[in-house]
Ligand binder design. Structure first.
Ligand SMILES: *Cc1c(COP(=O)(O)O)cnc(C)c1O
Length: 384
């Protein structure tokens, strides 16, 4: 039986947390539909590693399965074990890093499909297959240029010349991963696709997979038999410098904890690094670097209120930051109000730009102490 997802919001009231993180599951489903539609002809898996990029795999995966995803990818065996109860028994869970020797049993006993990234790893899994007297369904990962995971060209030739190389294994996918897919002009993309084709021709026939989110947007030459999007499902822009065709999935609203009037020359925050240039009003809000808003984002960071930009002033503290609300009409935003840190038009990529990082890191850094609300409007929510 599939375990119903945990309740849609924590049982403690929103007002006890510093901020409310809303996850729009209908937008998630539309993003999945958009990506799967682009990759027509290939199956569309869903990557839900790192707790679905911080959004909650137990909530996100069942909704994606309902939307048509039949395959899920996680990084570690532990993540696969945690996910297993939340998707149907038919749903396939693949472990990108594959198991280390002491985790092969747990991986196989729980129906997790291992990715085999090295000759050693192939050996570990074959040893257990032999003990169990079974054939293990597995994925082979090939290194086509990123030098991170997968079999090297030399490994591939070793396997190709060994008639017993795949004893005890049934290869249901051969995959690789693109290093530069966010830039369609990068010649590494076509080089990696060509290597995947050439290497796979040396190995037993199996479906092929190369594209993650950005790779899907490179076009049909990159789709092969299965695409593996993660970030795009959660609203991250797939191509740098291009308009983002995906919808924001998260909205983060922070509580205003205190407001105050400053005189010219008053200073704000640790180190007193910011000085009021004239009379101004500031608000302190309940989100800080412990909640995923990096200190180095302070200079360019901001919150939003009714379409107006409220710049961060001074350093970001662990549990709070202070924003300039001078431009708001008096009385419009008081203690107990809320401001947006992420919304439909100012999303994780905008915050990433202020922090000098990428949307992926902003998403996966979002704090664990937000009050989370899973918005199910328009979604046939499993378990309900
Ligand atoms: C993380 C990951 C993905 C998903 O990548 P996105 O860019 O988030 O779509 C796909 N394949 C592999 C091997 C990964 O590590």
């Amino acid at each position: 039986m599939t375990q119903p997802p945990p309740p849609c919001s924590a049982s403690w009231p929103a007002t006890r947390a510093g901020a409310v993180l809303r996850v729009d599951l209908a937008a998630l489903v539309r993003n999945y539909g958009h990506v799967a539609g682009l990759a027509q002809g290939a199956a569309c898996a869903a990557v839900v590693k790192a707790d679905a990029y911080g959004l909650g795999a137990a909530q996100v995966a069942p909704v994606l399965e309902q939307a048509g995803a039949r395959e899920f990818f996680v990084a570690h065996v532990d993540e696969g074990l945690a996910l297993r109860p939340y998707v149907s028994p038919q749903a396939r869970i693949t472990v990108l890093h594959g198991p280390r020797p002491d985790a092969v049993e747990a991986c196989l006993a729980n129906g997790l499909r291992p990715v085999l990234n090295s000759l050693e790893q192939i050996g570990w899994v074959q040893a257990v297959a032999r003990q169990r007297g079974t054939v293990v369904d597995a994925v082979l990962q090939l290194d086509t240029g990123m030098s991170r995971f997968g079999l090297s060209e030399a490994d591939i030739h070793t396997l190709a010349n060994d008639p017993s190389a795949f004893d005890g294994l049934s290869l249901s996918l051969i995959m690789s991963h693109l290093a530069c897919a966010d830039n369609p002009q990068d010649p590494a993309n076509a080089m990696q696709a060509a290597r995947l084709r050439a290497y796979a021709a040396l190995l037993p026939p199996a479906p092929l997979s190369l594209a993650a989110s950005s790779g899907v947007f490179l076009g049909p030459d990159y789709h092969f038999n299965l695409v593996r999007p993660g970030a795009a499902l959660y609203g991250v822009a797939p191509q740098t410098g291009q308009a983002n065709p995906l919808e924001a999935v998260v909205r983060l609203q922070a509580h205003v904890l205190q407001t105050r009037q400053l005189r010219a020359g008053d200073r704000v925050g640790y180190g007193l690094t910011w000085q009021a240039p004239g009379p101004c009003r500031v608000a302190t809000i309940g989100v800080g670097y412990a909640d995923g808003f990096a200190r180095q984002g302070a200079a360019l960071g901001c919150a939003w209120f009714k379409g107006r930009r409220l710049p961060v002033v001074g350093r970001i503290s662990m549990d709070s930051m202070t924003v300039d609300i001078t431009d708001l009409p008096a009385g419009e935003l008081e203690a107990d109000g809320m401001v947006d840190l992420l919304d439909a038009t100012h999303g994780v990529d905008a915050v990433a730009q202020a922090e000098g990082t990428i949307g992926y890191e902003v998403l996966t850094s979002l704090g664990r102490r937000y009050h989370r609300v899973y918005d199910t409007a328009g979604v046939a929510h499993p378990g309900s």
